[in-house]
Design a protein around this ligand. Structure first.
Ligand SMILES: COc1nc(N)nc2c1ncn2[C@H]1C[C@H](O)[C@@H](COP(=O)(O)OP(=O)(O)OP(=O)(O)O)O1
Length: 201
């Protein structure tokens, strides 16, 4: 039986994917709801370079705070449109929980993905969208990938390297990461819903 980090609630079976850092989770008083949405299409991942605010200078999915009266799914669609100009049939695929010193709340982030989108991707006040090549993409997609850089983990939040492979593999995942004031990871845990075994009969 796994002991989940404080802030992570899940009623079901999970397999541990990554676990490390210090012994004790940081305390937090309250949490705020956020969203983060990723478009994964033809061997490519769409990220945005954050031009202002929290996480400025890092690449991330498109998202932000859930407004009062909104569901996370509604907020995810609104934020994707506001930050990249597109709409997409987003599917919920994960929950991440982050604690950052000097921020007066913990981040509870619902993660969404889509493999289709509608509209024209545009740069906005908050985000500069950019496609990146997926690792190990299938041969038929390589033409589309040939001028693209790999996913820029050196310029992303340091937790992303643990759960991004789960997102790209269409897995459902959960996790928590605690940071220091410089954005370094202090403690982390990530888990995924086990994949259904293929019936070999
Ligand atoms: C701390 O670790 C984090 N890692 C990752 N990968 N993503 C994170 C982390 N902390 C926050 N995020 C995500 C969650 C949201 O998608 C954004 C932050 O949203 P923002 O502060 O920009 O919210 P908005 O409502 O868009 O803000 P404005 O009031 O500026 O419009 O980062």
């Amino acid at each position: 039986m796994l002991t989940l980090p404080p802030g992570i609630i899940f009623d079901g079976t999970l397999e541990e994917v990554a676990n490390g850092g210090e012994n004790v989770w940081l305390p937090y008083d309250r949490k705020k709801l956020y969203t983060n949405a990723f478009i994964i299409r033809n061997g490519k991942l769409l990220l945005g370079y954050k031009k202002r605010g929290f996480g400025k200078g890092l690449y991330n999915g498109f998202g932000g705070k859930v407004d009062p009266g909104e569901t996370p799914a509604q907020a995810a669609l609104r934020e994707l449109k506001e930050e990249s100009g597109i709409t997409a049939p987003l599917e919920h695929c994960g929950v991440l929980f982050f604690v950052v010193p000097d921020i007066d709340h913990a981040f509870h982030i619902d993660i969404f993905r889509a493999e289709e989108y509608d509209g024209t991707i545009i740069e906005t006040e908050e985000m500069r969208p950019q496609w990146f090549a997926l690792p190990n993409a299938d041969a038929p997609t390589q033409d589309e990938q040939k001028d693209l850089q790999p996913i820029p983990f050196d310029h992303m939040w340091k937790d992303d390297v643990y759960w991004m492979p789960l997102l790209l593999a269409s897995r459902h995942f959960l996790g928590r990461a605690d940071f220091d004031t410089e954005g370094n990871l202090k403690k982390w845990w990530f888990g995924a819903v086990p994949q259904t075994p293929v019936d070999s009969r």
